[in-house]
Design a protein around this ligand. Sequence first.
Ligand code: AMP
Ligand code: GLY
Length: 422
Amino acid sequence: MKVFVIGGGGREHAIVWSLKKSDRVKEIYCAPGNAGIARLAKCVPIDAVDLSGLLNFAKSNHIDLTVVGPEMPLVAGIVDAFKKHGLKIYGPSREAAALEGSKAFTKEFCAEYNIPSAASQTFSDIEAAKRYVKSHEIPMVIKADGLASGKGVIICNSHEEALKALEEIMRDKKFGTAGGVVVVEDFLEGEEASFIAVCDGNHVLPLASSQDHKAAFDFDKGPNTGGMGAVSPAGVVTDEIVRKVMEEIMLPAARGMVTCGMPFVGTLYAGLMIKDGAPKLLEFNVRFGDPETQVLLMRLRSDIVDVFEGAISGNLDKVHMVWDKRPAGCVVMASGGYPSSYEKGKVISGLDDAIDSDETVVFHAGTKLLDGKTVTDGGRVLGVTALGDDLSLAMKNAYAVVEKINWDGVYYRKDIGRKAVG
Ligand code: AMP
Ligand code: GLY
């Protein structure tokens, strides 16, 4: 079959890499892809949010299955558009993607279906929001309602910061229309983990557990990023936590979406805060995590096409995923300056020495080919991912490859997995 992957980050490289292992897949296309993906698939220069361009490509190339990486095309309705033209596509409908596209919707949904999450209030009027935050205890968390590329969440440690955040989001429209509505939420303490599952509307099939490292620098210091590294499994996600997350969060969410008339088909990713054995939902995403997907797919031993097709056909109860028992870790190598401004176009050296093996894979994110050389083309550039007999060996394997690779301004965290190893 011909498969089309939408996106061009490390997550999409991992999806393409996993598809490449399937006997059922003959050809893979990716829009727009990156320099690493180009070695496994045909990259086509169509932006991941150019819905009509993507649709025309899929129609004229007789694509059998499309897999969507990022949230933007999902929230914009790519799944509805493809289905209208009879094309098979994996992901939630525009309506169901509101679980990521609108934090206000999700808070209301959680209240309705008793899904544990931080107490919150939603505001569309800035003066009402200001009055509320003045009397709210600190810290508190202010979130723009819509998509803001992961930047729309501000943790406020004083009332002044909270008032400033409201002005930036609601008055100055720092995140555009995403900030017309804000959610003000209690601050939750605990340990974060990612709980990622595939859903077919009625069934929820959880993947192995994983954990992201959001802060830019070692010891969780510095600004929040899209993710500087990941491990799987996540030690904090015990069997008992898995049971609670399924019973208290994932299954009620799937049932709730059916009740709302918008069954959820696709990847449901719960960002969790876990304290004293009790998981609470920080947010839902409607797509795979990045870099969690890199560690998860490194460990997946089943055919990923069966998983996507099981979700689309409503037969996930018949799909079983087999996981490599060995843990995996991923170290993200980023451009100096990320997550703020950074330069692109730096020549990456050492990739020829960092040859992929059964145990280590260098997933590309922001890279492109320029005059035969691989150069940086984004904030997160590579995700060096490795398996090991235990997590510390997996991290050792990953860092051994990281040390071979270099470019002007490269930086990465040196402590990925350290908390989990203990
Ligand atoms: P979100 O995009 O909602 O997951 O928020 C991004 C990050 O902000 C999360 O990964 C957490 O580190 C942090 N965060 C979000 N909501 C809360 C909360 N209610 N309490 C504490 N931290 C939060
Ligand atoms: N790694 C966090 C995310 O994908 O949202």
